[in-house]
Ligand binder design. Structure first.
Ligand code: FES
Length: 117
């Protein structure tokens, strides 16, 4: 069975190290795009603990800290690195072409994106 994707685009020039760019999908769903050592990463922007936009938190060296209760996530893998969150955030495939980051979100994606996008 072939996977279907929704594709979102972000101007690559807007994405700066430790300053993620949010892509709002609805009031309750968003992605965030990060760049780490020249590689672009896209993840769900909603914390898996409660509702908070991770991109509003502190980011350093590819680790985002939730602004609400300070859970931390590795944006390269989505792994939860510290409590109170224990579930990972979803990660999405990216590619860069002509200065645009394209984010491929499977229509059956996990997490908040699937529920509300
Ligand atoms: S909402 Fe993110 S750690 Fe609680």
């Amino acid at each position: 069975m072939q996977t279907e994707f929704r594709i979102f685009e972000v101007d690559a020039a807007r994405v700066v190290e430790d300053q993620p760019v949010q892509v709002k999908l609805s009031d309750q769903a968003a992605l965030a795009v990060y760049v780490i050592d020249g590689q672009y990463y896209a993840v769900d922007d909603i914390c898996t603990h409660e509702f908070a936009f991770l991109s509003e938190g502190y980011c350093e060296n590819g680790v985002i800290e939730c602004p609400l209760h300070q859970a931390r996530f590795d944006v390269r893998t989505g792994a939860a690195l510290g409590p109170p969150a224990s579930l990972p955030i979803c990660t999405y495939r990216t590619e860069v072409c002509d200065g645009v980051v394209r984010i491929f979100v499977p229509t059956n994606a996990c997490g908040y994106t699937r529920k509300t996008a």
